[in-house]
Design a binder for this molecule. Structure first.
Ligand code: NAP
Length: 328
């Protein structure tokens, strides 16, 4: 309760003194860009300390298979962020015709390469390649995405490991905004294995273990949750995290006044007024901000936090490897 109360005071104070006009019942917009920038600054210092104490510069290798423009853009953002904090990085681009065996061979080489401390294979991979086989092939200690079954298993068992960047980014946003989660009702909309499942685990698991999870009561909704039930569950939630990929899925009537709404969705749609393409989330932002207490925008909410948490994971994996090497 205290965390929420302090958060509300800070939120009201910052709105009051921002000099901008605001309506008191409008949600506070969570600025993921600003929070991520702050985190990148901290990581830059952490990296400097690591290297100053005699360790090599961590190195992240990203692999893209095929020519998906969205994947190219996401990987470019990640590489730019690496450059900003001082992590060495490179992107390996393979044609869409690459076989699963060829991709597994490359991953095996990267796993063996001592210079490479982090490996990520940008998803989705072409349909003829099995995504799970690829995620499991990345060495668990270099798995900066946290998609290897061992890392997901560790998360499920409250053990320390690498947590997928998007849910970890959402957790950091909630903590940064002092959103109370302990004993609160949370709804996760979506049940994907890489985003929503780890999100639900982080929200519901016990805060006293290594994952320092959030102690909420969690409901997971998915494709087969009837729309009326989805609305009913959402209306009871103090925190809604939506990761589906359907613009306008979460509307004003589905949100309890004062709830915190985190929009993970990214959808490219045509703006009817300008005719240009733009990015939107899964939440009807303009409507929902009239009832919510906090809300993330798209773009500028969860996206930059995902990148910041990928850097966090890259530093964490590198530190563990340097430590293990010293011990052996
Ligand atoms: P995904 O694997 O396609 O999963 C989408 C999930 O939504 C599935 O579990 C699906 O259910 C569920 N779903 C579909 N229709 C639904 C409905 N009407 N009501 C409730 N649930 C429904 O996608 P993802 O990888 O989790 O990503 C979700 C969204 O987040 C996408 O827009 C993606 O671009 C975005 N994303 C953003 C970031 C970021 O950094 N901001 C990172 C990752 C992903 P079934 O399981 O039954 O199919």
């Amino acid at each position: 309760m205290l965390r929420r109360s302090l958060g509300s005071i800070v939120s009201l104070a910052s709105r009051k003194y921002s000099g901008k006009s605001f309506s008191s019942n409008m949600a506070q917009i969570i600025n993921g860009n600003e929070i991520a920038k702050e985190i990148r600054g901290q990581l830059k210092q952490e990296l400097k300390d690591l290297v100053d104490s005699g360790n090599p510069v961590p190195h992240l290798t990203a692999v893209i298979v095929g020519e998906d423009p969205a994947s190219e853009k996401y990987v470019q953002n990640k590489m730019n962020a690496c450059l900003e904090v001082g992590i060495s990085s490179e992107t390996k681009r393979l044609p869409a015709s690459t076989t699963q065996e060829e991709l597994l061979q490359l991953i095996a080489e990267l796993n063996k390469d001592q210079r490479v401390t982090g490996v990520l294979v940008q998803l989705p991979v072409p349909e003829h390649i099995n995504e799970r086989t690829i995620c499991n092939a990345v060495d668990v200690d270099k798995d900066v995405d946290g998609f290897n079954e061992l890392n997901i298993g560790r998360l499920a068992l409250d053990m320390d490991g690498i947590v997928p960047a998007t849910p970890l980014g959402v957790k950091r946003l909630l903590e940064h905004q002092n959103i109370e989660t302990h004993g609160r009702n949370a709804v996760v909309v979506g049940r994907s294995k890489n985003v929503s499942l780890p999100m639900a685990i982080l929200l519901h698991a016990d805060g006293k273990y290594a994952t320092k999870a959030l102690d909420a009561t969690v409901t997971i909704c998915h494709r087969y949750t009837p729309p009326k039930e989805l609305a009913r569950h959402c209306r009871q939630a103090d925190i809604i995290v939506v990761a589906v990929g359907k613009p306008g899925l979460i509307t004003k009537d589905m949100v309890k006044p004062g709830a915190c709404v985190i929009d993970v969705g990214i959808n490219r749609i045509k703006d009817e007024k300008t005719g240009k393409f733009k990015l939107v989330g899964d939440v009807d932002f303009e409507e929902v901000r009239q009832v919510a207490g906090h809300i993330t925008p798209v773009p500028g909410g969860v996206g930059p936090m995902t990148v910041a948490m990928l850097l966090h994971n890259t530093l964490k994996t590198a530190k563990k490897q340097f430590c293990d090497r010293q011990a052996s």
